[in-house]
Design a protein around this ligand. Sequence first.
Ligand code: BG6
Length: 496
Amino acid sequence: MIYNKVVYLYLIPRIGQNTMNTDIKPFYAVIFGGDGDLSCRKIIPALFYRWLDGQLNMDFKILCISRSISEDKVLKSKLSDFIKKTIEVEHENKIASFLERVQLVNLTKMTHHEFDKLSVELDNHVDWQRVYYLSVPSSAFSDICIALKEKGLIQADSKVVLEKPLGHDLTSSDAINNAVLTAFTEDQIFRIDHYLGKETVQNLMVLRFANHLFERAWNSENIDCVQITVAEKLGVENRAEYYDKTGALLDMVQNHLLQLLCLIAMEPPSKLTPDAVRNEKLKVLQSLRMFKKGSVTDHLVRGQYTRGKMKEEKVNSYLEDIEKYNSETETFVAIKAFIDNWRWKNTPFYLRTGKRMTKRYSEIVINFKAIQHNIFPDSQVALGNKLIIRLQPEERIELVQLSKIPGPGGYRFKPISLKLDFVDSFKKRMPYAYERLIIDILRGNQTLFMRYDELEAAWKWIESIKKHWLKESKLVLYESGTWGPGEEIMDKTQSW
Ligand code: BG6
């Protein structure tokens, strides 16, 4: 297909050429929460895959900090089980050899005194760069950073990686960031959002800025609305305590959905340097229309899942899942947002995310306006084109256009999709988001990581919602295994 070729020839091969390609120095990856869920499911498997692909062919060691595990072999057996879940069987024999590079550091109480154990290990290779990955609740960030500083464990090329959510509001986020900044400089801080490491998300920049075709039409004159949807099948699983304090607004919108919105709405950066890109994203966040008293009701829906069926199996309600029966925490949120700038004046951006939906899928739909003058009076050409960017489960770009249904007689139309399926086109395993991001951290490339001012701007907008929504927007219940709150309620933020 022509479209496939256009994308293939012009865009894809050039992605790598503009990114920083500095060699990775030997390193220590020090993972706080090294035996935790994120480390086992994402961070360690990502390091394993990069090593397996030969990209980590330098000296390195992974120090997993744990408070509860005290035996190295217990940690390794746990990590090995998790890696096995993510890889093809033929690679299983490599796991033991990879795990030789992993070492447990047990810090039971995380006191400053205990940090000496870490210091002893790091002293073995003083010239290796040190990446401190904080995969623990953000309330622990300040203490860890202060201890690292006081023990003299931070060098000029050290880095710190901060997992979201950073605090629970602007004030707590500022406090955490300021504490981290007393130990690390901004260019050593990597605030990670794994959505930015997804291949299709990275391809958004290429799609927009390496394609003449789309950029010309990328504005309110031509685009009717943008829908950004992240639907999950999962409920809260074993994260009840965390999730009930967080909710969908902070867990998904404040970071992942806003980052996607930035990439769709930003102006072209003048070059592909971290600050040039982040400056443009910041301007989008600062241009988001703030919610005011009285403006939430018509622009926002918040919901919570009840009992239902997923693939014929009965599932619990959210309240049963968290075993707390008076919670008003939202597991679904839909927002009609506006960006008050020249390019996007009055174009709605619909942000929607929910747990326990019918199926797992994430996509961005750019809905183009219908043509201005219809020369086919008996046909429905009122339909505009759609550009669909599917992030998961498949990674695909689709351009929906009207085509004539073959046959004699009058003009009859049908929407037809031109599809670019990444798996078909590249015949390669799509790397996990964390793989790309971890390599960027090791190389010191901050393009895909949030800067402090971006985070602040995102919090300010979220706070404008939080300030009014409990009074102005009633929690709506929806059945598990459905698409969320009903059509009549979703009307104000458009149905799925
Ligand atoms: C995480 C959220 O950041 O993203 C989870 O904390 C959510 O609640 C997850 O399930 C979704 O990520 P992905 O990559 O599976 O879409």
